[in-house]
Ligand binder design. Sequence first.
Ligand SMILES: NC(=O)c1ccc[n+]([C@@H]2O[C@H](COP(=O)([O-])OP(=O)(O)OC[C@H]3O[C@@H](n4cnc5c(N)ncnc54)[C@H](OP(=O)(O)O)[C@@H]3O)[C@@H](O)[C@H]2O)c1
Length: 280
Amino acid sequence: MSLLPTPAWFVGCGNMAGAMVEGWRSAGVDLSSAVAIRPSGREVEGVRTVRTLAEAGPAPRLVVLGFKPQQLDDVAPELGRWITSRTVIVSILAGVEASSLRARFPNAAAIVRAIPNLPVAVRRGVVGLYSDDADGPLQQQLWQAFSALGFAPWLSSEAELAAIGSVAGAGPAYVARFIAALTKAAQGRGLSEELALTVARETVLGTAWMAAASGESMDELARRVASPRGTTEAGLAVLDREGVLDGLIDVTIQAAGRRAAELAAEARPGRQVDSGQSLP
Ligand SMILES: NC(=O)c1ccc[n+]([C@@H]2O[C@H](COP(=O)([O-])OP(=O)(O)OC[C@H]3O[C@@H](n4cnc5c(N)ncnc54)[C@H](OP(=O)(O)O)[C@@H]3O)[C@@H](O)[C@H]2O)c1
């Protein structure tokens, strides 16, 4: 199955772009003319891997930017020499706006921003898509390609993309913390670490799965678990007290959003980027 414009270059292929490759491979997408370019030369399974752009081969029709936002100005000048009016650029760089990318790659056919999350590796990801200039057929082609990795909505503004990035892009880390907290609570009540982790993980997976299957609201779902004056109700009273959980999640998302705004500002043309900073 060939869903991607080819040749496709993955410029930077670490955790996130690597997860996309893994998802596409398990979906049976043909990656035989794809190439991963990463300075370490570490092999990306199923894709020819090289260290430099010069070794990548014929000029790309698709370029996936998979490095850190702070590396944009290191990579763009040389990469720009390979970009033609037939090249589509898909950037997964958190926070970096389409106009900042267009300024670096003025002759690209289209600039697309994609904000994926790590579960794309198992084809249960969320990928927000946004472009100022992709036409209908390209949007459809990319929607098909990214839908192989999970839920992949096209969005009408970069503000919506940022919202998806702060909830879904970063979300697996927050959910992982929640599962870890459930695990610790189960261990505290005498379960072995392995059993506690499995119980916590399966509870989150089963709840999300059931909610997706039934389409019921989260309030309804919680009500079905919590019988009046029962044990769950006593627990929910703690989580709900003065909106403590809602407030905690809100400040968490706000903090990530502030960092995304900083990254966006740093990547605007003419800004000096501190390449020592790392992403959250
Ligand atoms: N992680 C997430 O959940 C997530 C979610 C949404 C968006 N993103 C975005 O995904 C991007 C990558 O994040 P990540 O977590 O995958 O980081 P990562 O694992 O550190 O991967 C970064 C990649 O960039 C490569 N690289 C470094 N310098 C380069 C250069 N000069 N030219 C070409 N490639 C270079 C690295 O090469 P080596 O492999 O050789 O070191 C590595 O493959 C970021 O822009 C981030 O905003 C990440």
